[in-house]
Design a protein around this ligand. Sequence first.
Ligand SMILES: [Zn+2]
Length: 278
Amino acid sequence: MFIGLLLRGLIILIFVSGSLVVGNFITRVIAFLVPSPAISDLLLWSGTVVISAVMLMGISYYYVYHGFGSQADIIRRQPNKGNKVVLTFDDGPSEIYTPQILKILEEKGAKATFFLVGKHVEQYPELTAQIAAEGHEVGNHTYGHITVPNTPSPQLTAQIMRTNLVIFQNTGSYPPYLRPPRGLYDMRMRRIAMLLGQELVLWSLSAQDWHPRATTAGVVKRVVEKAVAGDIILFHDSGSLLATEGSSRGPTVEALGPIIDGLRARGLEISTLEEFLA
Ligand SMILES: [Zn+2]
């Protein structure tokens, strides 16, 4: 515990000081290339701070979504899977949007994976059962859509195990997949997943349907144009920026049909995670 904290502090220190050094170097190069008396020491240092901050944001963004090293236990995409892509829906079930999404998936003959929030499963047990009964896969997205790295270990374990239990009670199946909210995981979550026999599944393409200004056309264009074989595509059938539900998922619902058609027109096959990972 103590060593872990110490290591984390050390890594942060290295990143902060490293980006300050690089930021200062870049600012000096710019000042050298654009010689001007207006570039005072103050400007030099503010330039350093801005460039370092941007670099740190980039590093932390990359770290959150990609981690460092090979991380063979974290599934984001499958590059050698022929023409398959997987559709995943997070944060549900929602009594408004999930039934509409299920209807479209049925009409299009497509299967998807739903990463459910445990407390929503308890709220909407029939919808949970319906998702599984219609042949879709169900994964665990924690009980209360927590931020994993901030959650003490006993609560983290409880969040995951309680969700496994309510999913099992309502679908009759143990969820084989686990997805940390916002893609934020840590070593403890990787160990818990291993102990519970669950695969940690992230995504390689976000529909960005969570964005408050998301539009149907924007979501369709983004997914259909960017998807490549092997992608795991992230959508949301519930949730909101701050709470676990409440945002409109209208664009997601309206975009889904055109996205399935568009992906198929590009020769991509919509697959379950099980087939995809086989
Ligand atoms: Zn989520």
